[in-house]
Design a protein around this ligand. Structure first.
Ligand SMILES: C[S@@+](CC[C@H](N)C(=O)[O-])C[C@H]1O[C@@H](n2cnc3c(N)ncnc32)[C@H](O)[C@@H]1O
Length: 290
């Protein structure tokens, strides 16, 4: 059982709540234009590093003729995905040693995974399992815009708490997170180096602004609560990553303070007191051919 990522790096709530928004059906056309797949075909699609399964679930809805398989090496993500996203085959597996024969898939896809895996393995394995002329899609989140509402401002106690977290945080090296970061210029060069041709890049802007009237109340709550869950997951993880520096009481206090602030934001939303906080992700898509 491997649950390193879900326990120490990013919790299930964080990845599932944020990705359910990022891959919400309202953005489907933007992604489909970038993916440029032949929808009439019964495509065999493999998602690499699927986490709790939100993108795989979206692919199943957006390409109903396709057969979607998704792998991740974190057992907890795979358990959760199997329970919550129907119509996809989720398998616990390592992207550097995929349990599939050569020339099996028409499409491989990943979201925010390339930066964590050695490029020779990441691309090498996808090249191997793709059929000739198969399509490799690599999605990554670039610099976006995050503007938080005033009610989330940190008080002095919270400021000290987060400074202490920063001081002792060594999770990037300890859990091999983002060991292969690359710029928008480097990404296609590396993809070509490892055997892909006809590479195209494109960008989708995913704008999540709860006060924007184009979002339903349910979506606005989901946007606010995705940030709440991400913060709470981050706080909870400290009990595993740096137990020597934080007591359970400290963690519970920060969680309570965090919840109070997000409750306030929901209250403002319900009263129509617009804050115009906004979370804009810029998703880069690379498309290469085997
Ligand atoms: C930033 S998360 C992204 C998860 C998911 N794609 C999403 O967007 O929610 C990176 C994921 O890559 C997975 N991962 C990292 N190295 C892996 C490997 N060698 N094999 C399989 N999965 C891996 C982690 O378990 C984690 O789920």
């Amino acid at each position: 059982m491997n649950n390193i990522w879900s326990k120490y790096v990013q919790g299930t709530n964080t990845l599932y709540s944020t990705r359910k928004l990022r891959f919400n059906d309202m953005f489907a056309q933007k992604y489909k234009a970038l993916f440029d797949l032949d929808e009439s075909k019964k495509l065999k699609i493999l998602e690499i590093g699927c986490g709790p399964g939100a993108l795989a679930g979206a692919l199943h809805r957006w390409y109903p003729n396709a057969e979607v398989t998704a792998i991740d090496r974190d057992s907890e993500f795979i358990r959760f995905a199997n329970e919550n996203e129907k119509g996809v085959e989720f398998i616990e597996a390592d992207a550097t040693n995929l349990p599939f024969d050569n020339n099996t898939f028409d499409v491989t896809i990943s979201n925010t995974v390339a930066e964590h895996i050695k490029p020779s393995k990441f691309y090498g394995e996808q090249l191997r399992v793709l059929k000739p002329n198969g399509i490799c899609l690599v999605l990554s989140a670039r610099k976006g815009i995050n503007i938080y509402p005033k009610c989330l401002d940190l008080n002095e106690y919270e400021n000290e708490f987060w400074k202490k977290v920063q001081k002792y945080d060594n999770s990037t090296e300890k859990y091999s997170v983002c060991q292969y970061p690359m710029s928008e210029m480097e990404m296609p060069i590396v993809m070509q180096k490892y055997g892909f041709k006809d590479i195209c890049t494109g960008y989708a802007t995913i704008d999540l602004t709860p006060d924007n009237p184009k979002f339903s109340a349910d979506l606005a709550y989901d946007i606010i609560n995705a940030n709440r869950l991400t913060t709470l997951d981050g706080i909870e993880a400290l009990l595993h990553t740096m137990p020597e520096h934080f007591t359970v009481e400290e963690i519970n206090k920060i969680k309570r303070l965090t919840n109070t602030k997000y409750d306030k934001r929901i209250e403002q939303y319900n009263c129509g007191k617009k804050q115009w906080d906004t979370y804009v992700s810029v998703i880069m898509s690379m498309r290469g051919i085997k």
